[in-house]
Design a protein around this ligand. Structure first.
Ligand code: AMP
Ligand code: ZN
Length: 111
């Protein structure tokens, strides 16, 4: 089966503007930014979305959550930031490899 887009980015087959990486997680700039800062926090392991997380992924998702304020600080988002996880087509998910959007740096619409 053809690897998904974010697996290809994780493998370096498709270029991305990475801002952080470790053994579990990669973070790169969204190709079509919806805010001044728009990063995608992506596990190296392929998980299709929130509905496919397993109990054994608890540490991984916890690590991703804890990384968010660190990244926001690195990006100078001192007055706050927004995180979004789209789940399934009904939730607006387009890439079926779990990712957390991290947005900020300008006024964001109320949701
Ligand atoms: P979602 O709708 O939550 O699945 O978000 C997918 C995101 O991936 C969108 O914001 C896209 O702009 C972004 N995206 C798609 N292709 C790439 C790419 N090659 N590099 C970086 N971001 C991408
Ligand atoms: Zn994948």
């Amino acid at each position: 089966m053809e690897p998904c887009l974010f697996c290809k980015i994780e493998q370096g087959e498709i270029p991305s503007e990475q801002v952080y990486q470790d053994e579990d997680v990669i973070v790169f700039k969204d190709i079509a930014p919806k805010a001044k800062v728009h990063l995608l926090v992506v596990p190296r392991k392929h998980v299709s979305g929130l509905n496919d997380l397993l109990p054994e992924d608890q540490q991984l998702i916890g690590k991703m959550m804890l990384l968010l304020p660190e990244l926001a600080k690195q990006q100078g988002l001192d007055d706050g930031f927004r995180t979004i996880i789209n789940t399934g087509s009904g939730g607006g998910q387009e890439v079926f490899h779990l990712h957390i959007h991290l947005l900020g740096g300008n006024a964001l619409p109320f949701v």
